[in-house]
Ligand binder design. Structure first.
Ligand code: LLP
Length: 438
C-alpha cells in the first residue's frame, strides 16, 4: 500500500499553531504533543503485556530528558532508564522515585555508582568487570541495587554503524560467545551481589526486528544455560529498545503489536522449555517520544545557485541546524519537512519544487536535501520538521554560541506550556572567566 494511504502515526502541528507558537516563543522551537506521547506509551505497554503479562516498559531518557516528558513517561507507568548521573538527577527532579530508575553506562564513574547506591536506585545494568568490583565496594554496608548483566549477544543489526551495539566487537556489555557473560555472573555471585538477570540492546532506529529477535533469543538461551550450569534463576530479562519510527518516505516500522509479538514469541518458547518465568523488560526511547515532537524553523534566506549535479539548487536557510539537530550530519538522517506560510496565503499552484534546507552554522550543513515544497516558499515562512521528539533536544549544543531552543508541550486540553525555555546568553557565559592577568 502506498505510504500516503497508510495511517499517519506522527504528530503534525496545525498551520495556525505553527504561526501562533513561533510568534509567542520564537524559533527554532521544539514542540511535543502530550496526548500523542501518552497514547504511544500506553499502546506500547498494552501490546507488550498482551504477549507477556509480567512485563515492564522503561523509558530511555537519552531520547529526551526534558523533565516534563520524563514525568509523563513515569505517570504512564514506565520505569526510567538513565545513562548518567545527569539523567538520573533529571529523573529525580521530575519526581520519579529512585526505586523506579535503572542506571546504564559503559564507563560509569565511581561517583555515578556511589550516587546511585546512595539514592537507592532500583537497578544497575552492569557493563564490565571493573564495575562489578566498584559496585561491591560502594555498596558494602548499604543496600545494593539489583544488578542486571548487560550482554553483547553478537548480533549485527541493519542500521547506521554509529547506533549498532549488539555485535561482538562493541564497547558495551559482556560477550556471550567468549565466556565473559558467564564469568561476570559468577564474579558478581561470588561477591553475593543481587544479580537478578540479563540485558541486551542491539541497536537503534531498527525498522526490521530481526536483530532484536536474535538478541532476545540469545539472552533467553543464555539464561537457560545459566540455570542448567549454575542453578541461576533469571528474574529479569531486558531486551533493550531500538524500534524505529517513521522519519521519511516509506521507511516505516512495523506496528508495535506485531513487533512485541515477533520479539516475545521465540523468547517465550525458550524460557518455557526451561521452566523460567522472568519479568520481561523493554527500554525504548525513540519509539515512545520521537513521533510526538516537531521542530519549527523560520525561513531566512532563499538562494538559488548553479549546481553541477542538479543544474541549479535552491537553498532555504533556516534559523537553526546542526546545534538543534545534529542527526543529519552525524548519521545522514532523513526527515519529513512541511511548509507553513508566514501569513495565510493562497498557494500559487498545486505543484512542488525541490529545495535543500540548510542551517545557519559555519559549515555546509545541508540539513535536509531533496525536500519537495511549494514553489513560492519565501523568507518569513516556516518549516515544520516531523519526528524530532527524540535525540534532538537531548543532543542539542551551543555550537556557534546559538541558544538551544525552547520546548513547548501541547497539553491534552489543547493549551500549551513552556516546559524548557531557550538558553540565555547570561547562562551561556556564566561558566567562564578570563584570568585578570591575561
Ligand atoms: N537502551 C540502551 C542501553 C540504549 O543504549 C539505547 C539507545 C536505548 C535503550 C534506547 O534506544 P531507542 O529505543 O531510542 O532506539 N543518538 C542516536 C541514538 C543513540 C541510541 C543509543 N542508545 C540517534 O540520534 O539516532
Amino acid at each position: 500500500m502506498p505510504a500516503d494511504q497508510l495511517t499517519e502515526t506522527r504528530f503534525i502541528l496545525a498551520d495556525h499553531l505553527v504561526r501562533e507558537l513561533t510568534s509567542e516563543f520564537g524559533s527554532p522551537l521544539y514542540v511535543v504533543d502530550e496526548a500523542h506521547m501518552r497514547a504511544k506509551i500506553s499502546r506500547y505497554r498494552a501490546a507488550f503485556s498482551a504477549v507477556w503479562p509480567d512485563s515492564e516498559l522503561t523509558f530511555a531518557t537519552k531520547a529526551n530528558s526534558t523533565l516534563a516528558l520524563i514525568r509523563i513517561a513515569a505517570q504512564e507507568g514506565c520505569l526510567i532508564d538513565v545513562a548518567s548521573e545527569g539523567e538520573f538527577r533529571a529523573a529525580l527532579l521530575a519526581g520519579v522515585p529512585a526505586n523506579r530508575c535503572h542506571l546504564h553506562g559503559n564507563n560509569k564513574t565511581e561517583q555515578e555508582i556511589a550516587f546511585a547506591v546512595q539514592q537507592g536506585i532500583n537497578q544497575i545494568v552492569v557493563d564490565n568487570f571493573e564495575e562489578i568490583e566498584t559496585i561491591y565496594r560502594k555498596s558494602s554496608g548499604k543496600t545494593c541495587p539489583d544488578l542486571v548483566i548487560r550482554l553483547a549477544p553478537g548480533v549485527d543489526p541493519k542500521t547506521n554503524a554509529k547506533i549498532s551495539t549488539g555485535q561482538a566487537d562493541t564497547k558495551f556489555g559482556f560477550n556471550i560467545a567468549d565466556g565473559s557473560g558467564e564469568k561476570a555472573l559468577l564474579l558478581a555471585l561470588s561477591h553475593n551481589l543481587p544479580v537478578v538477570g540479563f540485558h541486551c540492546h542491539v541497536g537503534s532506529q531498527l525498522l526490521d526486528p530481526t536483530a532484536q529477535i536474535n538478541g532476545g533469543e540469545a539472552l533467553a538461551l543464555f539464561a537457560a544455560e545459566m540455570k542448567q550450569k549454575h542453578g541461576f534463576i533469571t528474574q529479569v530479562l531486558n531486551v533493550g529498545g531500538g524500534l524505529g519510527i517513521h522519519y521519511h518516505g516509506e521507511s516505516r516500522p512495523i506496528s508495535v503489536e506485531e513487533y512485541c509479538r515477533n520479539l516475545v514469541e521465540p523468547i517465550a518458547r525458550i524460557l518455557r522449555a526451561k521452566d523460567l518465568n522472568p519479568k520481561l523488560v523493554q527500554e525504548p526511547g525513540r519509539s515512545l517520544v520521537g513521533e510526538s515532537g516537531v521542530t519549527l524553523y523560520r525561513v531566512g534566506v532563499v538562494k538559488t545557485v548553479p549546481s553541477p549535479a542538479k543544474g541549479q539548487r535552491t537553498y532555504l536557510a533556516v534559523d537553526g541546524g546542526l546545534s538543534d539537530n545534529p542527526r543529519p550530519a552525524l548519521y545522514g538522517s532523513l526527515y519529513t519537512v512541511l511548509h507553513t506560510p508566514g501569513q495565510p496565503r493562497e498557494l500559487v499552484q498545486e505543484s512542488t519544487q525541490e529545495y535543500t534546507v540548510s542551517g545557519k552554522h559555519c559549515e555546509t550543513d545541508k540539513l535536509f536535501e531533496d525536500v519537495m515544497l511549494p514553489p513560492d516558499v519565501k523568507s518569513g515562512d516556516y518549516l515544520q520538521v516531523l519526528c524530532t521528539g527524540a535525540y534532538n533536544s537531548s543532543m542539542a549544543s551551543n555550537y556557534n554560541r546559538y541558544q538551544r531552543p525552547a520546548t513547548i508541550l501541547i497539553r491534552q486540553n489543547g493549551s500549551y506550556s513552556l516546559v524548557q525555555r531557550n538558553d540565555t546568553y547570561e547562562e551561556m557565559f556564566a561558566r567562564e572567566s578570563v584570568p585578570s592577568d591575561l
